[in-house]
Design a binder for this molecule. Sequence first.
Ligand code: COA
Length: 135
Amino acid sequence: VIVYTDDVTYLRAEELAAGFFDGWPHSPTTETHVRLLQGSYKVWLARDESGKVVGFINAISDGVLAAFIPLLEVVPSHKGQGIGSELVRRMLDSLKHLYSIDIVCDADLEPFYAQFGLRKYNAMITRHYERQSGG
Ligand SMILES: CC(C)(COP(=O)(O)OP(=O)(O)OC[C@H]1O[C@@H](n2cnc3c(N)ncnc32)[C@H](O)[C@@H]1OP(=O)(O)O)[C@@H](O)C(=O)NCCC(=O)NCCS
């Protein structure tokens, strides 16, 4: 059974399951992962029976009009069980007082996000790859 929580105040690096930032050439450490969660406007976590965090979603926001969802991930061992969808539903509900909610994603994820009423738009981005680990 999966438990969802939006409280990261006392989150410790050891509580994060291994396997996040799958495929990232320079992935954040678990300590950096905690830091980005605690620095977010809103977070939802999914914990397994043992209390390990197996999924998360975060949002950054001005708190008035706009929010952006930079990260959503479920560890490979727990994918395909509805956890990612539940995290998105909870986050959209948490942000419903705002005007705009933006997510940048690869084309193959468009049908996934469309399920929640999001629609395709254009994005302009830049990346500093030497800062990818956030360390
Ligand atoms: C996207 C992600 C969070 C979904 O989490 P999940 O818990 O597996 O999601 P759910 O079980 O609620 O839904 C699974 C559905 O998502 C869709 N989906 C997930 N990843 C997909 C992909 N890369 N391409 C197409 N569809 C995808 C599928 O429709 C899948 O349905 P299926 O289980 O019938 O195959 C997870 O696959 C993940 O962590 N991916 C890597 C990180 C990532 O891409 N994050 C999004 C950044 S914008």
